[in-house]
Design a protein around this ligand. Structure first.
Ligand SMILES: Cc1ncc(CN)c(N)n1
Length: 222
């Protein structure tokens, strides 16, 4: 007993590193990611974030205390106020309006990941749901930090994806990531080994669905 968030990543180290250091991430950091791949990813990510907003609303519904309710609200606000603006902004530059985004067909990787998280949240309790959400919020914060530690990462005007990195390394997103980590550390400290094993399965599944999401972008898969 006495688990922490880092025990989840330790338990799935290979999948976790494959997610954080995926070829999509490396190419984006180096500024050499194919623009079509990024556009496909970003459009699907818009749809993804709409469903993840629903998942945070589900977390609010499953909350039993005011603190849990506020925590769910902060997660929802990070998506609506921080992340989605960037997607809408990039798409506007490409001549794609919000109505076009909302009408896009969902790729299978988007469907699989978002519905997995919603289903996990519906069937389980608040901790199951937050563990399913963790690779998303904590993973992207760690990806920005990892990119900044790589010599191959190009920053500023020389990288067309600099705004993407800047958002995930920015104070608002990093603060949300640390809050989520602290919340999970406090909850995981109290779970039994049996419960931890079940939570590890959820965390691994969600991490592998993140890997599929990057690959969907690289392959422009529908
Ligand atoms: C697929 C995916 N995973 C995570 C994040 C970060 N919230 C995102 N925008 N998209």
């Amino acid at each position: 007993m006495g688990y922490r968030f880092s025990d989840l990543t330790d338990a799935c180290q290979q999948d976790w590193r494959a997610y954080l250091e995926h070829d999509f991430v490396r190419a984006l950091g180096a500024g050499r990611l194919d623009e079509d791949a990024f556009r496909h990813y970003l459009q699907q990510d818009y749809l993804f974030l709409v469903h993840f907003s629903r998942a945070y609303a589900l977390a609010a519904y499953k909350s039993q205390t005011l603190a849990e309710l506020r925590h769910a609200f902060e997660g929802l606000k990070t998506i609506l106020d921080v992340e989605l603006d960037l997607h809408v902004g990039y798409c506007r530059e490409w001549g794609i309006g919000e109505d076009d985004l909302a009408a896009l067909p969902e790729a299978r990787a988007t469907l699989a990941y978002t519905r997995y998280v919603l289903d996990t949240g519906c069937r389980g309790d608040l901790l199951d749901l937050h563990v399913a959400l963790a690779p998303c919020l904590i993973g992207y914060g760690e990806i920005a930090n990892w990119l900044n530690a790589q010599a191959s990462t190009v920053r500023g005007a020389a990288n067309p994806y600099d705004a993407w990195i800047a958002m995930y390394e920015g104070d608002a997103f990093q603060a949300a990531m640390h809050e989520e980590r602290a919340w999970l550390d406090a909850r995981l400290a109290e779970v039994t080994p049996e419960r931890f094993a079940r939570l590890t399965t959820i965390f691994r599944d969600a991490t592998r669905l993140e890997i599929d999401f990057w690959q969907m972008g690289l392959d422009r898969a529908d």
